[in-house]
Design a protein around this ligand. Structure first.
Ligand SMILES: O=C(O)[C@@H](O)[C@@H](O)[C@H](O)[C@H](O)CO
Ligand SMILES: [Fe+2]
Length: 355
């Protein structure tokens, strides 16, 4: 298991590589080229420059989160061919640059969704939160303003202003895309990229939908065990894997995360491990990584990963905003560093006890 931290890149992230380097046990970062719009092929020089930058600070680029998928691919219109070709070019270049894990999602219109980006916890920290009754009051076309308000001036991943300016058009594109069609389009895409992934040993790791149910009437297809296994079977090859995100899957308390992990043995190249506190159905807030701060059992999650001989990469996921830090919501240094140390501690104990 390799512990990493997500890093959004120089000039974008409030956290510096020098700081990440000092978190015990963190060997590398998961990063992206934030400014390249979904659908464009990533230039080789940019990929190499990003690698050099990270390596010059003693870290490694352990994977990409994300290479985003153009809407034409998700919707399945003829233009998808060009965008798939561009995606293949990007994968080829990543492979040539010795980068082998790519996280992506297949959610229509919105990436992750929250009703509050700075909900105050009893200890004074703030966290991201979701309450379905709050979301139901929002006109989806105004979702961008409501997300932007408390983003501390940072551009949120998946909520780029250029994209949100086209929100009406996006909703229109997806109006006939139900869950079956979305799933077929995903399988079509995976089959098209299979040869390049196999040639360069790239593991594609789909990120579950967050939250794990349809939002604003848009289809969601990666929400639980059954859907994940259906996808694993539809393209039954090791390159087709999962980003096991405990917080996203865990938004639905019916998802038994340790059981899902065990059912995906050999298909989890990447894990996002974080904790949530359930308030009521459809209503949750994020918490510190520590089990007792939320509703999830982090020991059981790490144990399940250990039991399936997980040897991929892990990152702590969203952290609380603590100690006065101002950052992109969920992505400060302090609480994610605490999370990384805690998860490393659990892992060391589980590993030693299993010998
Ligand atoms: O919630 C988050 O911040 C991330 O886990 C997602 O935005 C994730 O990066 C994407 O869905 C993956 O494409
Ligand atoms: Fe995640």
């Amino acid at each position: 298991m390799d512990m990493t931290l997500r890093w959004f890149g120089e000039g974008v992230d409030s956290v510096a590589l020098e700081q990440i380097r000092q978190i015990p046990g963190v060997k590398g970062v998961i990063t992206t080229l934030y400014d390249i719009p979904a659908g464009e092929a990533w230039p080789m020089e940019r990929i190499l420059k990003m690698k050099e930058q990270v390596e010059s600070k003693g870290l490694k680029v352990m994977g990409i989160e994300s290479v985003n998928i153009h809407d034409a691919i998700k919707v399945g219109i003829p233009e998808r061919e060009q965008y798939i070709a561009n995606y293949i070019t990007t994968l080829e270049r990543l492979g040539q640059a010795d980068i082998h894990i790519v996280c992506y999602n297949f959610m229509p219109v919105f990436d992750w969704t929250r009703s509050d980006l700075a909900k105050v916890r009893p200890d004074g920290s703030t966290v991201l939160a979701y309450d379905q009754s709050e979301i139901d009051k929002i006109n989806p076309e105004n979702m961008f303003e409501s997300m932007g308000e408390k983003s501390n001036g940072f551009e949120l991943p998946g909520w780029e202003p250029e994209r949100m300016a086209r929100i009406k058009e996006l909703f229109d594109m997806y109006k006939d895309v139900d869950a079956d069609r979305l799933f077929d389009n995903l399988v079509y895409f995976l089959k098209a990229i299979q040869p390049v992934c196999e040639k360069y040993d790239i593991k594609m790791a789909i990120h579950p939908d967050d939250p794990a149910w349809p939002v604003f009437g848009l289809a969601r297809i990666i929400t639980g065990k059954e859907q994940l296994l259906k996808l694993m079977k539809a393209v039954d090859a090791p390159f087709n894997g999962v980003t096991l995100c405990t917080g996203s899957l865990g938004s639905n308390p019916e998802n038994d995360i340790p059981d899902i992990i065990r059912s995906l043995k050999g298909r989890i190249p990447f894990a996002h491990v974080r904790n949530l506190q359930y308030n009521a159905p459809g209503d949750f807030q994020e918490a510190a990584h520590l089990s007792s701060d939320g509703s999830m059992d982090m020991y059981e999650i790490m144990k399940a990963l250990h039991d399936i001989a997980f040897d991929g990469i892990v990152r702590p996921d969203h952290g609380r905003a603590i100690w006065g830090e101002v950052s992109m919501p969920g992505y400060g240094l302090y609480d994610r560093a605490l999370g990384a140390c805690y998860l490393n501690g659990l892992w060391e104990a589980i590993d030693k006890q299993s010998r």
